[in-house]
Design a protein around this ligand. Sequence first.
Ligand SMILES: Nc1nc2c(c(=O)[nH]1)N[C@H]1C(S)=C(S)[C@@H](COP(=O)(O)OP(=O)(O)OC[C@H]3O[C@@H](n4cnc5c(N)ncnc54)[C@H](O)[C@@H]3O)O[C@H]1N2
Ligand code: MOO
Length: 421
Amino acid sequence: MPLLSLSAARLASLEAVAPAASGRVPLLDAHGRFLAEEVRASRTLPGCDNSAMDGWAVRAEETRGANRDQPARLRVIETVYAGALPTRALQPGDATRLFTGAPIPQGADAVVRQEAARATPEGQAVDIFIQVRPGHDIRRRGEEVLAGAPLVAAGQHVSAAVLGVLASQGVTHVHVRPAPRVAVLATGDELVRPGEPALPHQVYESNLVLVAALAREAGADVRHLSRARDDEQALREAITRAAPEVDVLITTGGASVGDKDHVKRVLTSLGAHFLVDGVALKPGKPVAVARLGRTAVVVLPGNPGAATVAFDQLARPLLLKLQGVLEARRRVHARLSEARHKQAGLAYLITATLEHDGPTAPRAVLRPQGAGQLLQNLHADGWVILPPGRADYSEGELVELELFDRPRLQAVDAAPAGLEP
Ligand SMILES: Nc1nc2c(c(=O)[nH]1)N[C@H]1C(S)=C(S)[C@@H](COP(=O)(O)OP(=O)(O)OC[C@H]3O[C@@H](n4cnc5c(N)ncnc54)[C@H](O)[C@@H]3O)O[C@H]1N2
Ligand code: MOO
């Protein structure tokens, strides 16, 4: 199979999965999932004009000219707490004592907070020390949202903020799709389990925890972590054990062309159907995506830096699609901090930090890059994308940077045709 371009590989790999059926769950169980439905406001909020402060409801015109030396004296006709209703309308010269959240009585058009007034000892009257305008310290009915307005779109991540909004509407349950079940399998004879002694030629196995955490960040339920030797039989057994239990099996290592790189061969012998086998991408070129029975399989290269890029570009979209979500990262233009030479036929993704140093486009400061390295990923703002078709880039040249932060999320079925995932 020839190397696919990154965008072609993305589209091809998304064919490996379809969104799971959604179910209705209690609000808190939806935390961290993605909404499978649009939620509209069923209530207008606030539901009525109410006080933003503890104080007195007044007729604003009756505070004209009031100050500490010449307060406006008003008669207090009743006290209203949040959750109660006023029973009397304000007539000229009246005020109602009320507390934050209490409904505004008829006839009142402003609130004076209690620090700007003083009640007489018996509480029958109040001296107002400030002049207020109509609307002062009143939260207006509907100023937050009107019944029927869209609140949260399908595909949105259910954060604490989203849950708060839904609860404020009296919602108890929402539709979400279940977390995709994931297994991660690391291969490599040179790998040593963290915690055990490692000689200089040996490597601590770090991809299991790395990939499991990346999968969780994409909403997955990581069920199964395992390791296998670079041995066809051991790999066959490990894959056969893990795959049927999960929606997505992610392997790392043994993906390339070396004598001990058996993963793709073993998958083929088990009947896997490859949708992607190699991408014009660096790092991450050997990545593959296949279907093995009902399980999608993503074969990541063993180099941790390459595994990170390949996961981000192919496994993450696939996990999100299972949850009904299409993610589009924001892109900005930035000036390259240094010249770069690359292989012309490949797209390069290089971690970078953005530095805003003036009125022009920000600088993309490239992190030291190596497919085997991970430190480059710490504190990065995104990937600089150097597309295929060119080999040399000069310092200061404008390039595109894909930001990790605040991607746009949409429901898969709501995505307009032609939007590149
Ligand atoms: N002759 C060629 N050699 C290579 C090619 C090629 O096209 N022709 N491709 C290169 C590319 S690109 C990559 S990326 C690597 C990845 O290949 P593998 O997936 O087969 O990775 P391994 O050989 O198993 O390991 C590579 C490297 O990563 C370390 N590693 C592996 N697993 C882990 C782990 N779980 N935790 C930490 N580190 C791990 C391993 O020790 C190796 O250093 O192949 C190139 N070769
Ligand atoms: O994917 Mo490899 O990391 O390009 O060397």
